[in-house]
Design a protein around this ligand. Sequence first.
Ligand code: GDP
Ligand code: MN
Length: 382
Amino acid sequence: MKLQEYQSKRIFAQYGVPVPEGGIATTPQQAREIAERLGKSVVVKAQVLVGGRGKAGGIKLAETPEEAETVAAQILAMNLKGLPVRSVLVEGAADIASEIYLGIVIDRAAKRPVMMASSEGGIEIEEVARRAPEKIIKVTVDPFLGLQGYQVREVAYGIGLDGDLIRGFLKVAKELYIAFTKSDASLAEINPLVVTGGRTLLAVDAKMLLDDNALFRHPELAEMRDLEEETPAEREARGYGISYVQLDGTIGCMVNGAGLAMATMDLTKLYGGAPANFLDIGGGAKADKVAAALRLILSDENVRAVLFNIFGGITRCDEVARGILAALEEIPTDIPMVARLVGTNEEEGRAILAEAKMITAATLEEAAQKAVAAASAYGART
Ligand code: GDP
Ligand code: MN
């Protein structure tokens, strides 16, 4: 789950990371009031879940409350990379001497958190990694020992900090690490971490990703989910308890089990196709859930074929087949459907689908190849 900048900053602040003073506004008038309260020049920042807001015009400085109101009105009317801006963060403008990057992510290969920093702050870390990878300093953290002082010093020296800034950096890095672990985050990033004219550190931007599988431990964080940032299809899926992620390919995939879904997508790619989605209908899916999943898949206009890959253990193949038929009755379509059903009650399931003139396959390889061929034969939807 992605958090907005202002939400990430609230969490960072709870753990002591210095963030600018400010408030959130959904109207220009509110932005003006926050600027009045702050009593100094402010920065008005679009709250949308995309990076590079600055370059896209979603971040503007304002000297006076009147100006804050004007620029807030402009930003609130924007679409940034397709997302409408519904709120702005109004903060005291920072006095920026230089910009640092500081982030913590889970390194899946090392199975540990890794802290990364760079003197090249304010630009996306991926870009630094491409252009000047030697400018990124990394340390891998032992989760049982936690982030050690010597590791942070190594990072601080590595990015060229000196004198009193090292002590300040030690403090911020440790606070960020605690915010990261306590929130079960998979990413906590400050970009830029600003060195001010007075040689203090300030988190001018903040980004956090939380591990969805740990949200049950953090009801207060789970509440931060912004329903309007999800696509309508993703929201509907969550309501049915279906894991669904929309992608940009043409082959809709309906699978039971996340691992099997990944394997199905891989094979689709291997045979020259592209999956339109990740979809796990979960174990024991009944007809109504299958119908809901099919409706979701078909609501994506890029879909030119649907691939069902069901391994019937708890989920019974005949139930799934009946679900598919029920869904097709509801939403008649000529989009080709390929099904591979194996496991409990597979014969019954296949017989039901054969009657509905669906393409069936005995193996996943065969099913993926048939789906790729069917999608290209079908062509674009009109
Ligand atoms: P992003 O573009 O979405 O990453 O948004 P950021 O919050 O990182 O802002 C982008 C850039 O705008 C920063 O790197 C700064 O250079 C600049 N910026 C942001 N806040 C302030 C501020 O308070 N004062 C000044 N002078 N510049 C700022
Ligand atoms: Mn940034």
